[in-house]
Design a binder for this molecule. Sequence first.
Ligand SMILES: C/C=C/C(=O)SCCNC(=O)CCNC(=O)[C@H](O)C(C)(C)COP(=O)(O)OP(=O)(O)OC[C@H]1O[C@@H](n2cnc3c(N)ncnc32)[C@H](O)[C@@H]1OP(=O)(O)O
Length: 126
Amino acid sequence: MSVGLTVVHRRYVPYSHAHYAGNLVDGAYAVAAFGDVATEVCIRTDGDEGLFASYSDVQFKAPMRAGDVLEISATVTRMGTRSRTIDFEARVVCRGRPDRSESAAEVLDPPIVAVTATGTVVVPAT
Ligand SMILES: C/C=C/C(=O)SCCNC(=O)CCNC(=O)[C@H](O)C(C)(C)COP(=O)(O)OP(=O)(O)OC[C@H]1O[C@@H](n2cnc3c(N)ncnc32)[C@H](O)[C@@H]1OP(=O)(O)O
């Protein structure tokens, strides 16, 4: 019934999260964001926050930087008895343009797909 359900979060990446040269953030930042979107998925499917059990795949395809605006989507692809398989995608939809000025930024059209993953969450028995 909930296969195909998609939840989308948006967030600004604060400069306090810059971790590597070029204001890159660490990969764990995306994984934490996936956990937060998965939590809303579980609330919507099962009325519970759920627990992340495993990732079967995580792909870092392009850097995420401080100053990015991210769109993070989670789509349910399989409903088990207590497990739910979810596809994740983190896209950069806005990015700073420090070459123009310190605070200049632009909308990216199309967005940059930065991180994808597939994971499984587990909810309590009803
Ligand atoms: C939303 C995000 C939240 C978070 O990020 S929370 C922080 C990170 N996660 C945790 O701390 C969770 C720690 N792990 C656990 O507490 C337990 O470990 C689990 C609750 C995740 C699972 O334990 P158990 O309830 O004893 O599992 P079972 O009764 O053996 O299986 C229930 C269903 O879960 C599937 N499953 C269990 N482990 C895994 C796994 N590692 N990868 C994929 N699926 C798993 C099974 O197959 C089955 O599925 P079927 O009910 O649909 O038949």
